[in-house]
Ligand binder design. Structure first.
Ligand code: BEZ
Length: 221
């Protein structure tokens, strides 16, 4: 599907939100940001997702990550809906802004349109899209879920940890990796470079091909 994808710069759109009007780059302000959309206010799955996102707010802050939600309904509706979200998820404080997009212009430009969901007036609705935006304003990772499947916030934190690790070191994270577990050294790092880059050492897996490409190392932080 054409549209904004990983590697692209997020357009610097002017948005109206529950925390006032601003442009996206001003809000990102060279931090990591999670920009996530929802089909609509006062819908069941979205209510659970926004509450969970709020519950993880401290985890995101610890990692220097900002949150920015989006649902097309108007700001009065968002503010009323937040009361339901916080009531449903005890301890959740929706302290991040939520964009309103009555014209659907923002969801089109951010590649967040659901191809099948429509509101009662036949207007387009957002999918459950989630873009992780890096400090350089480019998209590092995108999830695209249908309205019927709520997202897993542990997975959001996990992939964020992976992205932040690989932005700092020449490493990648293997299948089912969790923070604290060994990472793999990027294939474009030679063994000679790896010895200098990872003084803690690394283990090469002996494979039938005898090609030394699966190298694990442990990072402290
Ligand atoms: C929901 O958030 O529960 C939802 C929204 C649109 C379609 C289906 C489910």
């Amino acid at each position: 599907m054409p549209g904004l994808t990983i590697g692209d710069t997020v357009p610097n759109l002017q948005v109206q939100t529950t925390h006032g009007n601003f442009n996206l780059h001003g809000y990102f302000s060279a931090s990591w940001t999670i920009l996530f959309s929802h089909p609509g206010d006062f819908t069941p799955v979205c209510t659970t997702e926004l509450g969970k996102m709020a519950k993880y707010s401290e985890e995101f802050k610890k990692r220097g990550v900002k949150l920015l939600g989006l649902s097309c309904d108007d700001l009065t509706s968002h503010k009323e809906w937040i009361k339901d979200i916080e009531a449903y998820t005890p301890g959740a404080k929706v302290d991040y802004p939520i964009i309103s997009d009555p014209t659907r212009d923002i969801i089109k430009q951010l590649n967040m349109v659901d191809p099948s969901e429509k509101d009662p007036n036949g207007s387009q609705l957002p999918s459950r899209a989630l873009h992780i935006v890096g400090p350089d304003y480019t998209i590092k990772l995108s999830f695209l879920y249908p309205a019927t499947t709520g997202r897993n916030m542990e997975e959001v934190v996990r992939v964020l940890d992976s992205l932040q690790k690989s932005s700092k070191y020449k490493v990648a994270t293997p299948a089912d990796w969790k923070p604290g577990e060994p990472v793999v050294i990027s294939p474009n790092v030679s063994n000679k470079e790896a010895k200098a880059m990872f003084p803690q050492g690394y283990q090469t897996v002996d494979l039938p091909s005898k090609k030394e490409y699966l190298r694990f190392t442990k990072l402290d932080s």
